[in-house]
Design a protein around this ligand. Structure first.
Ligand code: ZN
Length: 633
């Protein structure tokens, strides 16, 4: 039987404004998220398993256990982490929708991992065995502690779905080993890739072992004190340039920066460190206002997968790694729980729907690693049996040499409902809209709600009360920033601000509260400091960023030679339609002129589709920012 005390979501702070729900308390029941969770269960999990089996990443554990790994390790040194993220995805999925087949596959994989654990708890397939590099000999690039962090998060998923069995046992032995090695009496060092910090805090929360929290605190405090050797991209690359509490913005490698911020906030929350918490909030605010793409994606430097300078956000060089988007969601969720501020839920919505959802192909067998906002040349169709380099953005690829994103997408989809709503003693807070059921026990009594909608497509969101105590409850609705204060409720709210509305009363079973959002497509203009997007606009509909893709243009037109008229936008299908103009200067002409703009020659009506759906119709070109047509109309 499950132990309910341990259940919950990926993040379970001991102190929070609202209480996160567990997988038993909130389930997706329809709409786009049901489709994506089905895709994950039916295709993505298997895809990840079969790829890692075929190319030997899972077999690394067998060879390590058998003593034959010397010279036979498959993949780069941190591929253990992909197996762990797959285990985490499987654990959440088993909690969401149990299947005996998946349970068997999960347990078999855990057994193979466990067999490779050494007598003192250490567990890594790339280091420490005869013929391999010594343990902890390359903390800058070896990713040992990073891999451990993903194992801990997988174990936490197992615990939070009610099972204290073999995987959590392996994780405790490993965490005890790491505490001995790097704890107060151990070596003063950190991992080049943050990740273990937040994982240790969560393992402490899930097991009650305070040593893990103390170790996380030490790792956060040591960061920025120069324990890592010089990196060719500079110490900012792995956030070792300045201490976390002194940093003013998110910088360097984007996934590392965001994972570190998650861990720092977790430590701050558990230790009551208000200064550290304020530092993370400051970094989030600066990063979001100056270094984030309209899709919520982050990172504009390909070479070091890093944040660029403030407002350095070129569409055609957007790196916007899927994992960075997921990391951003993880950070915003922690901040939402810690502060109750709706701006964090706004960014979660934007990033999930426009960055993270863009990654998996409609069949779940190929992924984007980078998420460009402007594809200038049609991508090549990838070989479905070959590894590809991570930074290719033309078409989604089946697997990568560094394949962090597919398993990250999988664990996120399996647990995505846990980011949708929270509870308090006498109320429920709806942060994300969709189609899902909440069934939970509050101090005020049992509450069951059915949230029904086609969101993010248009139409109202209705919340039907299935069960409620005969006492006053507060239903709290986020008013998305994109709705600009024009969302309306079916009854007068008790409290209403630009950011949220509350209805507080006694609810009876069968009653429904409906929220209606403006259903319109709108032009959005970039801050002029974003030089690379100046003179352009994007089109958004509800929470979705739309894109112009070449199959929706007249044949022979390219997205690279068009401008568009923001006054011509109209809702159409699941996206919008717009007037576009073709500019076709002679091919050999010097592309600089003695006046602004070139005349438009032809006009056409084109369809805009949700950005996350692009590149599902074969090789194409695409752009999200549309140049403003000049002197036309
Ligand atoms: Zn990734």
């Amino acid at each position: 039987m499950m132990s309910s005390a341990k259940q919950g979501g990926p993040v379970q702070p001991s102190v929070s404004v609202w209480r996160p729900l567990s997988g038993d308390e909130i389930k997706v029941t329809g709409g786009i998220w049901a489709q994506k969770q089905q895709l994950n269960a039916g295709a993505i999990l298997r895809h990840c398993e079969s790829w890692m089996e075929r190319i030997g990443w899972t077999g690394n554990f067998d060879r390590a256990a058998a003593g034959t790994i010397d010279g036979a390790h498959a993949g780069i040194e941190f591929v253990d982490s992909e197996v762990y993220k797959l285990l985490e995805a499987m654990a959440w999925e088993l909690g969401r929708a149990y299947s005996a087949d998946l349970d068997h596959r999960f347990r078999a994989l855990v057994d193979r991992v466990a067999a490779a654990q050494e007598a003192d708890g250490y567990l890594h397939t790339s280091f420490g065995r005869p013929g391999q590099r010594p343990r902890y000999s390359d903390l800058e690039s070896g990713h040992e502690l990073y891999c451990f962090g993903h194992l801990f998060q997988a174990a936490v998923a197992r615990l939070r779905t009610g099972h204290d069995d073999r995987l959590p046992q392996v994780a405790r032995r490993l965490a005890d080993h790491v505490s001995d090695q790097f704890g107060p009496a151990g070596r003063v060092a950190v991992c080049g890739h943050p990740e273990i910090e937040m994982a240790l805090v969560e393992l402490a929360r899930a097991t009650g072992e305070q040593r893990y929290l103390e170790l996380a605190r030490l790792f956060v405090e040591r960061r920025g004190t120069g324990t890592l050797a010089a990196h060719s991209f500079g110490q900012e690359y792995f956030q070792d340039d300045i201490p976390v509490r002194e940093a003013t913005t998110l910088r360097g490698h984007a996934v590392r920066a965001l994972y570190l911020a998650c861990g720092a906030l977790d430590v701050a929350t558990e230790t009551g460190d208000d200064e550290l918490s304020a530092a993370v909030r400051r970094q989030w605010a600066s990063g979001v206002s100056r270094r984030t793409y309209i899709t919520g994606g982050v990172g504009s430097h390909h070479q070091d997968e890093a944040y660029g300078d403030d407002f350095e956000l070129p569409a055609d060089r957007a790196y916007a790694e899927t994992c960075a988007g997921i990391a951003s969601v993880m950070l915003s969720w922690r901040l939402l729980l810690a502060t109750g501020e709706d701006k964090y839920a706004d960014l979660i919505e934007r990033t999930l729907l426009n960055n993270v959802l863009a990654s998996p192909r409609v069949d779940g067998r190929a992924f984007y690693y980078t998420n460009t906002l402007h594809q200038r040349t049609p991508g090549l169709v990838p070989d479905e049996d070959q590894l590809v380099h991570r930074a290719e953005s033309g078409l989604r690829a089946p697997w990568f040499e560094v394949s962090c994103c597919p398993t990250n997408v999988s664990r996120t989809l399996a647990s995505v409902s846990l980011y949708f709503a929270t509870a308090s003693d006498d109320g429920i807070q709806l942060h994300q809209y969709g189609d899902y059921r909440i069934s939970t026990e509050l101090a005020a009594g049992a509450v069951v709600l059915q949230v029904s909608s086609d969101y993010p497509a248009g139409g109202p969101v209705s919340v039907t009360v299935i069960d409620a105590p005969g006492r006053e409850l507060t239903l709290r609705f986020r008013m998305p920033a994109w709705a600009r204060g024009r969302a309306t409720l079916s009854e007068p709210p008790t409290v209403k601000t630009a950011r949220f509305a509350e209805v507080r009363r006694v609810f009876r079973p069968g009653e429904t509260v409906t929220v209606t959002f403006p259903d319109e497509a709108r032009a959005t203009y970039p801050d002029p400091r974003i030089d690379a997007a100046r003179g352009t606009f994007a089109v958004e509909r509800g929470p979705l960023v739309l894109a112009l893709e070449s199959p929706d243009l007249p044949s022979a037109w390219s997205v690279n030679e068009i401008s568009a008229d923001p006054h011509s936008i109209a809702v159409e299908g699941g996206g919008a339609a717009i007037d576009v103009y073709r500019h076709k200067p002679s091919e050999e002409e010097w592309p600089y002129y003695d006046g602004p703009g070139t005349g438009a020659s032809e006009r056409a009506r084109a369809r805009l589709i949700p950005y996350h759906q692009w590149a599902n119709r074969g090789p194409s070109t695409m752009r999200a920012w549309l140049p403003l047509v000049q002197g036309n109309g």
